[in-house]
Design a protein around this ligand. Structure first.
Ligand code: CP3
Length: 326
């Protein structure tokens, strides 16, 4: 589940009472412990490294703050060509070694119980936070830059792509068995700008990973880009709930496994409803490889027993749930 190693688990919140988010990411013992919590509590079929997509930007020299309740903030946003030079092409082993150490600890702790998924953001989505200075309602700085000076923005994206590539390769070398890249804001772009700006940087970040481990690409709000996404050099396409998986399958053909895509608010419904919706999802994903997942991050107020009910429903054979299939 997206964000399974996160705020909805009471045992996570307990640790967070003692340490702030960035310190948690940078303390391998604790980050490994938090990664394992949902594996133990929910019985999910994979562990997701506890880290954040924004860490490589901090490593490149961009000050990053997680203020209580406000989400991530970059107090010195990068908004024009001259700002790009402030970002360093760092050696990831020097600056992000704590992440790779967490991966190594986890592989030892998991001893092949479940696979470990590493991750990062796509260059476009990382740039979205860096250019806006945090989350945003309109992404006006980013989108205005994309029309006014696409070559300048491409320069920023390429610089982020190079460090991202090193970061993801190092996760694999430390033991990550699959890599997921999050393109949370990829859907902001029309297909033309996505092809012109987001795609080249994404390919540059993924190139050194090809053939090493399965790659999962996630996009939020990207159903207008399905033709482009069907051609990406990844094994798994992960989508949000706005488009049913059978429709995605029809559109992109059979070459990729699909991942997703339950609306996370479904997990706030009664357990019978969750089971029924899980079964519907399984039927929609049938007829091709399907990794059952949420369509976006699990919400912090999700009851643990509801998350567990979803996992159990997904692990039963199709038709063995509520009888909906018969
Ligand atoms: O199981 C997991 O998925 C845990 C690892 C993980 C985190 N962030 C930990 C985290 C992963 C895969 C991410 C990805 C991530 N981070 C994305 C892409 C996925 C998505 O949700 O679209 C994005 C956009 C970020 C950037 C980020 N980090 C934001 C916007 C926020 C604040 C909003 C929020 O949901 O809390 C974070 C903080 C963050 N990253 C938390 C966790 C557990 C919450 C920190 C806390 O308060 O303890």
């Amino acid at each position: 589940m997206m964000r399974q190693a996160g705020r909805f688990l009471p045992q996570y919140r307990e640790i967070r009472r003692r340490v702030d988010f960035l310190t948690l990411c940078k303390t391998p013992d604790l980050a490994a412990e938090v990664t394992l919590q949902p594996v133990d509590a929910l019985g999910v079929d994979a562990a997701i490294l506890f880290a954040d997509i924004l860490l490589p930007l901090e490593a490149m020299g961009a000050e990053l703050i997680f203020a209580k309740g406000d989400g991530p903030q970059f107090p010195h946003p990068v908004r024009k060509r001259e700002d790009i030079a402030t970002l360093e092409r760092v050696r990831v082993e020097d600056k992000l070694g704590y992440v790779f150490e967490t991966v190594r600890l986890l592989r030892r702790a998991l001893t092949d119980r479940v696979p470990l998924i590493g991750f990062g953001g796509t260059p476009w989505t990382l740039a979205a936070y860096l250019v806006e200075g945090g989350g945003s309602r309109h992404f006006e700085h980013l989108l205005a830059w994309s029309v006014a000076d696409p070559d300048g923005l491409s320069e920023l994206l390429a610089r982020i792509a190079d460090v991202s590539a090193d970061y993801l390769v190092a996760q694999v070398e430390a033991g990550a068995q699959a890599i997921q890249v999050f393109d949370t804001w990829g859907g902001l772009l029309d297909a033309e700008r996505w092809r012109r700006l987001a795609l080249p940087a994404l390919l540059r970040a993924l190139e050194p990973l090809r053939g090493r481990v399965p790659l999962i690409y996630y996009i939020n709000n990207g159903s207008h880009l399905l033709d482009e996404l069907g051609a990406l050099p990844v094994e798994v396409l992960s989508v949000d709930w706005r488009v049913p998986l059978d429709a995605v399958r029809k559109r992109i053909g059979g070459s990729k496994v699909l991942q997703g895509n339950l609306d996370p608010t479904t997990l706030l419904a009664p357990i019978e409803t969750i089971e029924r919706e899980a079964e519907k999802l399984l039927l929609q994903g049938a007829g091709g490889g399907h990794i059952v997942n949420l369509g976006h991050g699990i919400l912090p107020m999700t009851p643990v027993e509801n998350a567990t009910a979803f996992v159990r429903a997904a692990q039963r054979p199709i038709g063995a749930q509520s009888g909906l299939a018969s």
